[in-house]
Design a protein around this ligand. Structure first.
Ligand code: NAP
Ligand code: GLV
Length: 306
C-alpha cells in the first residue's frame, strides 16, 4: 500500500516516521510533483496540483477537524474524505472555552489588574443565571464544550443544523430557531464548520441579538466573523468583549485593530491543536478499516461541506 503525505504549514518528517511505524509494510512518502499514484493521502491544505496528480486515491485523510480548505478543491470523485474525529481535540477546546468563559464571568481580568496595582478589592458576585452560554455547532467539539460548560453550572444552549438532544443543554436547530437561540445567549461560542451557509454568520444582526453585555468566543474560522461588525458592537458597548482564536488572514496582520483593541483577546489559532500521535493512530486505524471494507467515523459529506 502506498501513502502520500501532503501537508502545508506542517513539519512532515515526524508524520512520515509515525505513519510508517503505525502501518508496517506501507510505503509512506512525502508528495513531490510527479510522484507515483498512492492509495491514500494524509493532507493539510494541499495544492490543487496534488489532487490533480492523484486521481485514483481511495482515502483522503485531513489532519484537522475543519475541511473548509480541502473541500474548496476539485477532489477525486471516488475518494472518501475523512476529517480528524476528536483525536484529543475536544478536551483542549473544552479547556480553552471554559477558561475564557470563566475569566469573563468571574471578572478575573479586573481582579488581576487590581492586584497588579496593589489593590485588595472585591466585586459583587454575579449570578450565573445571568450568563447563559450558547454554543453554535453541536458536533464533535461543540457537544464536548457544551457539556463542559454545563458541568460548571452555566445555563447552556446549543444550535445545530438538525435537531439534537444533549444532556444538560437546551437545544435549538435550523434557521427558524436561530433568533430564539441568540436572544437567550450572553456568551456566544462559535464551533460551526466554515461552509457557504455559515460564512459571515457572526455579523451585526447576529451579534446584536445577544443579551446586552455579551461576549464572543470564536474558535471555528475567521471567515465566520465580519470583523467591522464586531468592532462596532464592542465600541457601542453592546458587547463586553471577545476572544478570537481564528482570523480571515493568519497570522493576523500587524496593525489589524484586533491586536490593540482593549476588549479583544487574540490567540494564535491554538485552541485545539492537532496532536500528532493520537492523529496518526486514528488515521492508521481508519486506513486499515477502509482497506478491509469496514465503515469508519468522520467521513465528510461533500454536499454539506463538513
Ligand atoms: P462537526 O463535528 O462537523 O460539527 C459541526 C456542527 O455544526 C454540527 O452540529 C452541525 O449540525 C453544525 N452545523 C453545520 N452547519 C450548520 C448550519 N448551517 N446551521 C447550524 N448548524 C450547523 O465539527 P467539529 O469537529 O465540532 O468542528 C467544528 C469546527 O471547529 C471545524 O470545522 C473547524 O473549523 C473548527 N476547529 C477549530 C480549531 C482551532 O484550533 N481553532 C480546531 C479544530 C476545529 P448537524 O449536527 O445538525 O450536522
Ligand atoms: C483546526 O483548525 C482544525 O480544523 O483542526
Amino acid at each position: 500500500m502506498r501513502i502520500t503525505v501532503c501537508c502545508t504549514d506542517t513539519k512532515v518528517p515526524p508524520w512520515l516516521e509515525g505513519l510508517r511505524a503505525a502501518i508496517p509494510g506501507a510505503e509512506v512518502e512525502e508528495w513531490r510533483p510527479g510522484a507515483p499514484q498512492a492509495d491514500h493521502a494524509v493532507v493539510w491544505a494541499p495544492p490543487q496540483q496534488f489532487l490533480d496528480e492523484q486521481p485514483r486515491l481511495k482515502g483522503i485523510f485531513n489532519i484537522g477537524a475543519g475541511v473548509d480548505a480541502l473541500v474548496k478543491l476539485r477532489l477525486p470523485p471516488q475518494a472518501v474524505v475523512v476529517r480528524l474525529d476528536d483525536a484529543g481535540m475536544s478536551v483542549q477546546m473544552a479547556e480553552f472555552v471554559c477558561h475564557y468563559a470563566i475569566r469573563f464571568f468571574r471578572e478575573l481580568d479586573g481582579y488581576e489588574a487590581d492586584t497588579a496595582a496593589g489593590k485588595w478589592s472585591f466585586r459583587r458576585p454575579r449570578p450565573r443565571a445571568d450568563f447563559p452560554v450558547g454554543v453554535m455547532g453541536l458536533g464533535v467539539l461543540g457537544q464536548r464544550v457544551a457539556q463542559a460548560l454545563a458541568a460548571f453550572e452555566f445555563p447552556v444552549r446549543g444550535w445545530s443544523r438538525g435537531a439534537k438532544e444533549v444532556a444538560g443543554v437546551e437545544c435549538f436547530a435550523g434557521t427558524e430557531q436561530f433568533d430564539a437561540f441568540l436572544s437567550g445567549t450572553r456568551i456566544l461560542v462559535n464551533l460551526l464548520p466554515l461552509t457557504a451557509d455559515t460564512e459571515g454568520i457572526l455579523e451585526r444582526r447576529t451579534l446584536s441579538r445577544l443579551q446586552p453585555g455579551g461576549f464572543l468566543i470564536n474558535v471555528a474560522r475567521g471567515a465566520h466573523l465580519v470583523d467591522a461588525d464586531l468592532l462596532a458592537l464592542l465600541d457601542s458597548g453592546h458587547l463586553a468583549g471577545a476572544v478570537l482564536d481564528v482570523f480571515r488572514e493568519e497570522p493576523l496582520p500587524a496593525g489589524h485593530p484586533f491586536w490593540s483593541h482593549p476588549k479583544v483577546v487574540v490567540t494564535p489559532h491554538t485552541s485545539a491543536r492537532t496532536l500528532r500521535d493520537e492523529s496518526i493512530a486514528q488515521i492508521a486505524r481508519k486506513i486499515r478499516a477502509l482497506e478491509e471494507g469496514k465503515p469508519i467515523a468522520g467521513v465528510v459529506d461533500r454536499h454539506k461541506g463538513y
